[in-house]
Write a protein of this length. Structure first.
Length: 99
């Protein structure tokens, strides 16, 4: 998550851009299977603040709210779901307690 500052990227459906740097960033995201989750402008009419993840279902909800303090960027709130790994069961015997 962060301000990536690529104002010329159009993030609808298939991302497109005019500048070489922006196209390189789109290629990077595609190569690493990143999904960009923010759909509404976060600075003026641009989507500059991005939430990237490698699975679409990891972001449960996302809201764009007014800026905090003197910031000129909207506030991005999101809930994410992280897969939890169950630690393997390890049987430990207390031999000191045995008769």
């Amino acid at each position: 998550m962060g301000d990536f500052n690529f104002p010329d990227i159009q993030w609808r459906d298939t991302p497109t851009a005019k500048s070489k740097n922006s196209n390189s960033f789109i290629t990077f995201c595609n190569d690493h299977n990143f999904y960009q989750m923010v759909c509404n402008p976060t600075h003026l009419s641009n989507i500059l603040d991005l939430v990237l993840c490698n699975q679409e279902n990891l972001v449960k909800s996302l809201k764009i709210e007014p800026p905090i303090g003197n910031s000129d960027h909207a506030t991005v709130f999101f809930e994410h779901e992280l897969p939890q790994e169950t630690p393997p069961f390890v049987l430990r015997r207390k031999y000191k307690s045995a008769n």
